[in-house]
Design a protein around this ligand. Structure first.
Ligand code: UDX
Length: 433
C-alpha cells in the first residue's frame, strides 16, 4: 500500500519505518527541513533500540522516503497517518493546533478518496473535528479513523511489529477494509484488530495509559504503607500479582512514573472529564501520589544526613525516565536534582544514553561522569534513579572504594537488601525493610 505519515517524531518514525518493513511504500512528511535532510541522508533522529537497522534498510530499498512537502507526501497515498504532537495546553488539556492545522491543509490538497488516521493521542471527539476541518475545503469522499498507538519507548519496534492488539475506530466499511489489509501482517499470531467507533477508540488510549498509571500509583502507596508497617512490598507484589485478575506486570513501586505519555495523558483525561462535567477522582489521586513519589527519596536522604544536605556530594545513576531510552521528559531524576541542588548539594551523574539531553536542559547545574564508577568519586552517597541493566549487578567493591561511605539510596529496588546489608552498606529502597 502507499502510505503517508505526517510528523516524524517518535511515533511517526517508528510507524513509518515499521510499515515500510512490511513492504508498503511510505513517505514521511515533516515541516522541519533540517530533520528531513538528516533522515533522507540516513541519519536517525531518535534513539530507539532496533529501529536504526530497519530504518536504514528501508531507506536503501526506497520503501521509506522523507519530504517537507505535504502535497508530494499525500499525492499518491491511500492512507495518511497523522503522528503530530498534542502537547498539554496550560490547563493540561491536549492542544490540537498541529493536528487541526494539518487537517485544514489536507482538505486543500486532497483530490481523491483517502483514509486519514489519527495516530496521535487525542481527546474524544478529535476524529470528528479532523473530519470537519478537511470537509471545510474538500467535498469528495474520505474517512477519518482513530488508531491509537500503544508503543513503549525502548521496545517500540517490537510493540509495533507484534502488538497485543490493534485498536481501530471507524464506522466506515471502506476504511475498515483498508486498515484490516494494512495490519494483517502484524497480527498473524492471532492477536486481534479490535474495530469500534471513533470515540471509543480515542478513549481507549487514555483509559489504557491512565489505568497503567493507576496501577503504579497504587503500588507506590502500598510501598509507602509497607515502610510504615514494616512489610516488604516485593512480597506483597508477588502475592497479589499471581492473581490473574491483577496480573504481574506494572506493579513495580519506585520513584514515580515519567515519560511523554503517562503524565500528559492522565492530565488530559482529567481535563476531558471536567469538560464532560465529570469529576474523575481516582485519576486526580494518581497524579498527586506520583508527584509525592518522585521526591520520595529526598526525606530519606535528608534524614540520613541529619537534615543538612548543604555541601553534600551525590553520585546519581540514571537520568532517563526509564531504561533503554534517552528521554528525560518528566524524569524523576530531574525532580531529585532540583531538590538536592536547592538544598546546597552537588551531583555527579551518569546515564548510558540521556546525559546529552540533560546537559541541553540544565547544563552545568550538575557534573557528568564518563562511567558509572567514575560518578562515585568523593560522593557521600549513591542515588539510583533509573533501572538500567548495567546498574543491576555492579561491582560492589568498586562502589565501596570510590564512595566516601558505603551509602546507597535506591529508587528502583535493584538490589537484594539482605545481600547488600551483609556487604556493609547503608541501603534504603522503596517499600522494603
Ligand atoms: C507508555 C505505555 O506503556 C505505552 O503503551 C504508551 O503508548 C505510551 O506510554 P512509555 O511511556 O514508553 O509507554 O513507558 P512505560 O514502559 O510504560 O513506563 C512508564 C513509566 O512507568 C516509567 O516511568 C516507568 O519507570 C514507570 N513504571 C512502569 C513503574 O514505575 N512501575 C512499573 O511497574 C512499570
Amino acid at each position: 500500500m502507499k502510505i503517508a505519515v505526517i510528523g516524524t517524531g517518535y511515533v511517526g518514525l517508528v510507524t513509518g519505518t515499521c510499515f515500510a518493513e512490511t513492504g508498503n511504500k511510505v513517505i514521511c512528511v515533516d515541516i522541519d527541513k533540517a530533520k528531513v535532510d538528516k533522515l533522507s541522508n540516513g541519519e536517525i533522529t531518535i534513539y530507539e533500540p532496533g529501529l536504526e537497522k530497519l530504518f536504514l534498510r528501508n531507506l536503501k530499498e526506497g520503501r521509506l522516503q522523507f519530504t517537507t512537502d505535504l502535497a508530494t507526501g499525500v499525492d499518491t497515498a491511500e492512507i495518511i497517518f497523522l503522528a503530530l504532537p498534542t502537547p498539554p495546553g496550560e490547563d493540561g488539556s491536549a492542544d490540537l493546533r498541529y493536528v487541526l492545522g494539518v487537517a485544514d491543509d489536507l482538505g486543500k490538497i486532497m483530490t481523491d478518496y483517502k483514509v486519514i488516521v489519527d495516530k496521535s493521542t487525542v481527546p474524544v471527539g478529535t476524529a470528528e473535528k479532523v473530519h470537519a476541518a478537511i470537509a471545510a475545503n474538500y467535498k469528495g469522499a474520505f474517512d477519518v479513523v482513530s488508531n491509537p498507538e500503544f508503543l513503549r519507548e525502548g521496545v517500540a519496534v517490537d510493540d509495533f511489529m507484534k502488538p497485543d492488539r490493534v485498536v481501530v475506530g471507524t464506522n466506515s466499511e471502506r476504511a475498515r477494509k483498508a486498515m484490516s489489509d494494512l495490519y494483517a501482517p502484524f497480527v498473524r499470531q492471532g492477536n486481534p484488530v479490535i474495530f469500534m467507533d471513533e470515540k471509543s477508540a480515542e478513549l481507549t488510549k487514555y483509559a489504557a495509559n491512565s489505568f497503567l498509571a493507576t496501577k503504579i500509583s497504587f503500588m507506590n502507596e502500598i510501598a509507602q504503607l509497607c515502610e510504615r508497617l514494616g512489610a516488604d512490598v516485593d512480597m506483597v507484589r508477588r502475592g497479589i500479582g499471581s492473581d490473574e485478575r491483577i496480573g504481574k506486570r506494572f506493579l513495580f513501586p519506585g520513584i514515580g512514573y515519567g515519560g511523554s505519555c503517562f503524565p500528559k495523558d492522565v492530565q488530559a483525561l482529567i481535563r476531558s472529564s471536567e469538560e464532560a462535567s465529570y469529576d474523575f477522582k481516582i485519576l486526580k489521586a494518581v497524579e498527586d501520589v506520583n508527584a509525592i513519589q518522585k521526591k520520595h527519596l529526598i526525606p530519606k536522604i535528608s534524614a540520613f544526613f541529619n537534615n543538612d544536605l548543604s555541601g553534600k556530594h551525590f553520585a546519581l545513576w540514571g537520568l532517563a525516565f526509564k531504561p533503554n531510552t534517552d528521554d528525560i521528559r518528566e524524569a524523576p531524576a530531574l525532580s531529585i536534582i532540583d531538590e538536592l541542588v536547592s538544598r546546597g548539594s552537588t551531583i555527579t551523574a551518569f546515564d548510558p544514553e540521556a546525559m546529552g539531553n540533560v546537559k541541553k536542559l540544565i547544563g552545568d547545574k550538575i557534573s557528568y561522569a564518563s562511567s558509572q564508577y567514575d560518578a562515585l568519586k568523593n560522593a557521600d552517597a549513591l542515588i539510583i534513579a533509573t533501572e538500567w541493566s548495567e546498574f543491576r549487578t555492579p561491582d560492589f567493591e568498586m562502589i565501596g572504594s570510590n564512595l566516601k561511605a558505603k551509602v546507597i539510596f535506591d529508587g528502583r529496588n535493584l538490589f537484594d537488601s539482605k545481600y547488600i546489608l551483609e556487604l556493609g552498606y547503608h541501603y534504603e529502597s522503596i517499600g522494603r525493610p
